[in-house]
Write a protein that binds this ligand. Structure first.
Ligand code: SF4
Ligand code: SF4
Ligand code: SF4
Length: 268
């Protein structure tokens, strides 16, 4: 991990790889706070907001995932030209929705989506940026947690190490006195998901879908066990029957943000 004390205004840039670019759009929603932060850096490249380009950077925020061979070359080139590289959002940090493609064999997926134009695409199994180059900082979430982005930005500017929180979302839920959605017969991935969002989805009446990725050493076996027919809460059992959910449906909920571990073995 690179930590740097800047003697002059650092040159910063934002880059996007395969993704919906929602994390950059979210950062732009910081409005006045963003202007305050940006006053401490010189933005020299950010495709969504300006046309300028640079060759060398002090800080590079990178959003999105690596899905083509040319992405590998590009992120390595950015890594070579920046002192600090920060992964922006869950696509860059944990692969996120992009990794759903890894469930299938790459050749099958290309042909299925692009048909006769499949040859135009040089796709490889999806990986987050953090699996291709060394990442010094990361702010996760889909979209990125603005609170965490600001914290990461401040840590970079002040030369401090940032360690993402490693407690489950349940902690923030309990701190805010939210009613647990399991009590309403819903599946929630909060017990194994890294906190830092303030249990945002539960606060708005939804369950946690795991967008910030798993905590270190997450006990996913315990979550699976809690979903087994013999272990299911009575209310959840009713919900499963009412919505005709299968065991596969339940397990799929756990794999939206957590990439399959062996993409090369994807099915056809
Ligand atoms: S993490 Fe989510 S919001 Fe951000 S770029 Fe990826 S899909 Fe879009
Ligand atoms: S709603 Fe989800 S995050 Fe909150 S306490 Fe229940 S299981 Fe945990
Ligand atoms: S509650 Fe879960 S899904 Fe919602 S923002 Fe937080 S980590 Fe993401």
């Amino acid at each position: 991990m690179v930590i740097k004390n800047f003697s002059s205004k650092p040159r910063a840039a934002f880059f996007d790889f395969a993704c919906c670019e929602g994390c950059q759009l979210t950062v732009l929603q910081l409005d006045d706070r963003l202007l305050e932060l940006m006053a401490h850096v010189e933005i020299i490249e950010w495709r969504q907001v300006m046309s300028g380009r640079g060759d060398k950077y002090d800080i590079a925020f990178c959003e999105g995932g690596v899905v083509r061979n040319e992405d590998v070359d590009r992120i390595r080139s950015i890594r070579d030209r920046t002192d600090i590289l920060a992964a922006l959002g869950s696509c860059a940090s944990i692969a996120c929705h992009n990794s759903l493609r890894n469930e299938w064999n790459v050749e099958y997926a290309i042909k299925h989506v692009y048909g006769e134009n499949a040859g135009d695409f040089d796709l490889i199994p999806v990986r987050p940026i953090s699996e291709v180059v060394e990442v010094d900082y990361q702010a996760t979430g889909c979209p990125v947690s603005l609170k965490e982005f600001v914290t990461v930005f401040e840590h970079i500017l002040t030369g401090k190490i940032y360690r993402p929180p490693n407690d489950p979302v349940c902690r923030e839920c309990k701190q805010n006195d939210y009613v647990c959605v399991y009590e309403k017969g819903r599946i929630c991935l909060g017990p194994v998901t890294r906190c830092g969002c303030g249990a945002a989805c539960v606060a708005h009446g939804d369950a946690c879908h795991g967008c910030r990725g798993l905590v270190d050493d997450a006990n996913t076996d315990a979550v699976f066990k809690a979903l087994e027919p013999k272990s299911r809460h009575t209310i959840m059992e009713q919900m499963v029957r009412k919505n005709r959910l299968t065991e596969t449906d339940l397990m799929k909920k756990l794999s939206i943000y957590d990439p399959p571990k062996k993409p090369e073995n994807g099915k056809e």
